[in-house]
Every structure is written in C-alpha cells, then in structure tokens.
Design a binder for this molecule. Structure first.
Ligand SMILES: Cc1ncc(COP(=O)(O)O)c(C=O)c1O
Length: 494
C-alpha cells in the first residue's frame, strides 16, 4: 500500500499539481466566461497577415517547464489576435455556428475523462450515451427508429463512410479484392448535383471511384437536382456498362442551401436499387421545426443521412452524426477486429470502432447530451426558428433595395445576394463581380462582420448565414446597414 501511494505521488508529480490545476482552470473558466460575454468587442475575422502568429512564437520547444501563467498570457497576447471568431454573433460566413456554454462544459469534461470510445469495454458510458443521445436526436428530427447513428468528426468523414457502405452494398467484393486491375469490375458511378459539397467528390477520390466516378447532375432554377437528368444519366450509364452505385442528395447545399427533392430521388433509387445518401449536414437541423418537415419528406427512405450538430445545433466542433438504416452494411464495410481488440461481450454491444475508418474516437456524445439537456427541444427549435425568421426579414430588406438582388431562394437561414447598382452606365458582368468582391473585402476588413462568398452560374455572390445562438435582430440590422453604407462608399468611388 505504501509503495502504491508513493507510485501515485510520483506519477502526479509529472502533471500539474492538483492545486495548480484548480487555480489555472478557474482562471481559464473566468477568461472563457468573460470572452463569451465580451465577444462583440473582438474583430470577427482575424485582422492579421500570413506569418504574423508564427513570428511571435519561438521556433524551438522549451527545454524546461514554463510557468502556466505565462502560457495563459501568451495565449491571450499571441494566439487570440490570430483567431477568427466563429462564436461571434456577427460571424455570418460559411455556416454560422455556436460553441454554446453547455457544449463547452461538455468539452471540458470530455478532456478530463480522456476516454477512447473505440470499444464498449474501453468506455461503456461513452458508447451507450452515444446510442441514447443519437436516438434522441433522431426523434427530434422525426426520423423512424430504424435509423441508427454514429458520431464522426466531420460530415466529410460521415459521407465517406456512407459511400463506402454504398460500395459495399453493391456486392462487388471490393473490401476483399480491392479495385485495381480487376477485369471483372465495371466502372462504378455515384451521382450528386453540381451543387453537392466538395466532400462528396473527395470521398469518391478516397474510395477509388475517382472524380470521373461521380456524375454531377445539373440543377434547376432553384439549384435543386434535375431529376429527369438524374434518371437519364443512370440510364446512359447502364447502357454503357457503367454500374450505378448510389445517389447523394443534399438537403441544404453549401452555396445556396437548396434542397434536392428527397422523395423523387428516393423513388429513383428504389427503382434502380441504388443507395441513397442524404447530406443534410447543415439543413438537417431545420427538421426540428414541424413547419419545415415538408421539405424533408422522403428523407426517411434514404439509406444514410448526415446531420452535423456542430453546424446548427449549438454543439462545439467537432460533431457529425451519420444515421444509417442498415448499420450492418456500414459494419460490414469497416469492421476488422485484431486479436487485441477482441472482447467477450462483442455480440451484445456496439463497438463503435466497427462503424468507420478510425479506431480511436473522442467522447463527443457527452457535449451533445449536455446541449440537448440544457436547452431542451423547445428552446433549440425556437432558436432555429428565430434564425429562419431573421433570414426572412433580411430577405425583405434586400428585396426592397433596388441596388441589391437575391440570387437564390431562402429555404433556411442563409441568404445569397449581390450588389448591382442602378446607375446610368450599366456595369459589365466582370465589373459587377469585381464590385462585389471589393464590397465583401471592405465589409470583412471592418472586423465588425464576417461574410463569405460563392459563385452562382459564374457570378460572384455574397453569402450571409445566420446560425449563432447569440445573434440578435440588431446584429443583422447592423450588418445590413454596414453593407448598404459600404456599398454607397464604393459607388461614390467608381
Ligand atoms: C452541405 C455540406 N456538406 C458537408 C460539409 C462538410 O462539412 P464538414 O466540415 O463537417 O466536413 C459542408 C460544409 O460546410 C456542407 O455545407
């Protein structure tokens, strides 16, 4: 016993003493609370140049322990100025997100527990909580009980796994024999719209299907997949000896948040026996709202669906949920159990390592559980509903301004628009693009807001995505006023 005590003491000596941990952790929590409270005082987009952060950091690691207070002060002075504040209420770029307070606390506890949820045995609570909390989320977005979820880091990985399961379901022995040099294997094909996220193409590359193995189907005037073109592409491929494997439909595309019609695509997938994967990484959260469910009608017929709580469900990065209606196929694609990972209870439990590429996995369910419990479904739904209402209100402002035009419908909380000044000498298309790029740079250069861009039908477009819990209508109004005043400045300088 005495020996044991001594061992424990010595081991402790290699980490911060408990009293120090308590002191610095309290200080850090105080810093976090103040940071969250005073967020609006920070520039949203880091106002620095490439290399500025590196210049402030020593090129070699410290030989000896450094005082923790000086590490914290360097964090504040050298790291924070180089942060683009995704938690800022006027962060409207890409998809606006929230690392909410319950989620931050969840992350702290996850770090403290430091479990690897690869096997049920390697941390039973991590596995079982993941199963329970993903079933809660399934109910919240109104999917049937046969969808089983697993958490991945990102939607990119969730879609990669789904497409690997699709390939596995085709029964081509690719798991065993690979694809290279096989004369018995026809070229394989996935289909998505031209608006699908680049992660789908990356998955095709990673899976050996190749970029040519992903056929990008044109979209209609609302940026939704053209179903007639999808069916034509499948028929053309069948005629030419190419084997269709699956379709990736996006509910909430990255550029415009357009919605590929899920029921019609499900009909085609059922007719041609194709795997249907739905990328609802952003849009899926809107399924919490009963009044938005019609947009999702038919997604329950998909084989797999990805929804990212780290996008619009107030959960800190990273947390992406992959739902699968036939989890056994996902397992068949990935399960490989070396001797050292064999466990006696394997037949009775879920071993999460069997459902994806990585062996090790963080305990991400904890933060999601805390977020859902701390807010409850009602508050989460109300927050998403409010973001959509803000977007609708801003849409009217844009519609009413003759110098701006909306470039896409607004089904959720993201607006895509551009500045087209009504002036006597009309500008060329290239000049309008340049004007909008300049406007965006000016806006982001103020540090007051951060918006991003996309290209629609070849034209530069400004995107404004609403999704942060602390965003108020005043933030949106402030941003719209800034957009207008910066555009007038630009106009005067023409
Ligand atoms: C529709 C859609 N799918 C997938 C992704 C990729 O998400 P992740 O960063 O989680 O891989 C994005 C990113 O914005 C997205 O908009």
């Amino acid at each position: 016993m005495a020996d044991n005590d001594q061992n424990i003491k010595e081991a402790m000596h290699h980490d911060l003493p408990s009293a120090d941990f308590q002191k610095y952790a309290h200080q850090t929590v105080d810093w976090i609370a103040h940071f969250l409270e005073t967020m609006r005082e920070y520039p949203v987009l880091a106002q620095i140049q490439p290399g500025d952060v590196k210049k402030k950091l020593p090129p070699h690691p410290p030989e000896n322990p450094e005082d923790f207070l000086s590490i914290l002060s360097d964090f504040e002075e050298k790291i924070v100025p180089g942060i683009t504040h995704w938690n800022h209420p006027r962060f409207f770029a890409y998809f606006s997100i929230t690392g909410s307070a319950p989620g931050i606390i969840g992350e702290m506890l996850t770090a403290a527990l430091n479990v690897n949820a690869m096997l049920w045995k390697s941390s039973p609570s991590a596995t079982e909580l993941e199963e329970v909390v993903l079933d809660w989320l399934r109910q919240m977005v109104d999917l049937p009980p046969d969808f089983k979820g697993v958490i991945n880091d990102t939607a990119s990985v969730s879609s990669l796994c789904a497409m690997a399961a699709a390939r596995e379901s085709a029964g081509l022995n690719i798991r065993e024999q690979g694809m290279a040099g096989r004369t018995d294997l026809p070229p394989l094909r996935f289909y998505s719209s031209t608006e699908a996220h680049s992660s789908i193409e990356k998955a095709a590359i990673t899976l050996g299907i190749g970029q040519d193995g992903l056929k990008k189907i044109p979209v209609d005037s609302k940026f939704q997949m053209d179903i007639a073109m999808l069916e034509k592409a499948i028929l053309d491929d069948l005629q030419h000896g190419i084997k269709p494997i699956g379709v990736i439909a996006t509910l909430g595309t990255t550029s415009t948040t357009s919605i590929d019609p899920p029921a019609e695509i499900a009909d085609i997938c059922e007719q041609y026996k194709l795997w249907l994967h739905i990328d609802a990484a952003y849009g899926g959260s809107a399924a919490l709202l009963p009044e938005k469910r019609a947009l999702f009608y038919g997604w329950e017929r998909a084989n797999s669906i990805v929804v990212n709580p780290h996008k619009w469900l107030f959960t800190p990065i990273d947390c992406s949920v992959l739902y699968c209606r036939q989890p056994d196929i996902l397992r068949q694609a990935f399960s490989l159990v070396p001797e050292y990972l064999r466990t006696a209870e394997a037949d009775q439990v879920t071993n999460l390592m069997d459902y994806g590429v990585a062996l090790g996995r963080r305990f991400r369910a904890l933060k999601l559980w805390m977020v859902i419990r701390a807010f409850g479904q009602k508050k989460m739904t109300a927050a998403i509903r409010e973001h959509i209402q803000f977007a609708e209100k801003l849409k009217h402002r844009i519609d009413d301004d003759p110098n701006f035009e909306l470039l896409a419908p607004v089904p959720f909380s993201t607006l895509v628009f551009r500045f087209v000044p009504r002036i006597q000498m009309p500008l060329s298309a290239a000049e309008i693009d340049h004007l909008n790029e300049t406007l965006l740079n000016q806006l982001n250069g103020t540090g007051q807001v951060f918006l991003s861009h996309t290209k629609l039908r070849g034209h530069f477009a400004i995107r404004l995505a609403i999704g942060n819990l602390k965003t108020t209508w005043e933030d949106i109004e402030f941003t719209w006023n800034l957009i207008q005043s910066e555009s007038i400045k630009l106009l005067n300088s023409l």
